[in-house]
Design a protein around this ligand. Structure first.
Ligand code: FES
Length: 181
């Protein structure tokens, strides 16, 4: 080293200054880099776990084929159907019920039987005091055929999206009742 520096000095050049890394610096760089690498390895899967279900594309078909259109009359009738639910990473098949009716306007509509008071299940025409109405046995809420709340419950029964395709009734998402007036 000294020879080279000396030769540089002899030729009128500036001496080369070598910056040496101390052992402490070397250790802290190495340990810091390793820690960052390991932390990234742990955090990346957690982030993916948290975010992945949100990024999944929604399934093309949210419509469930429930019953032949010809079976629907002016008398509300209950039909059950299975829905495949995905809640984050948990998938399950759930059985749901809808009361499906052909309204006075000729349109088929479907009501959710969950009472809007505290969530018990309503039935059609099951109480002689409330003929041709939905009645909830828990606290006595009752509703018209269109789902309009007449007592106790604060809101009308929810409605399913309905579509008719090739002679079958399909049900979609639940939404607030559009028929109860
Ligand atoms: S839950 Fe139906 S009346 Fe209370």
């Amino acid at each position: 080293m000294s020879e080279r520096n000396n030769s540089n000095e002899h030729h009128g050049k500036k001496p080369v200054v070598r910056r040496q890394m101390s052992r402490r610096q070397f250790l802290s760089y190495t340990l810091g880099g390793t820690t960052a690498f390991m932390a990234a390895g742990m955090v990346a899967p957690m982030l993916r776990f948290a975010v992945d279900p949100v990024l999944q594309p929604k399934k093309a078909s949210d419509w469930i084929k429930v019953v032949e259109e010809a079976k629907i009359t002016n008398e509300p009738t209950s039909f059950t159907f299975q829905v495949h639910q995905v809640d984050g990473w948990y998938e399950s098949d759930v059985e749901l019920t809808a009361w499906i009716t052909k309204g006075q306007d000729g349109k088929i509509f479907a009501l959710n039987p969950t009472c809007k008071h505290l969530g018990c299940t309503v039935n059609w025409n099951n109480n002689p005091e409330y003929k041709n109405q939905y009645f909830c046995p828990c606290h006595g809420a009752h509703y018209t055929a269109d789902g309009k709340n007449l007592a106790v419950a604060p809101a009308p029964l929810d409605e399913y999206d309905v579509k008719i395709d090739k002679g079958f009734v399909y049900l979609g998402q639940l939404h607030a009742n559009t028929r109860a007036k």
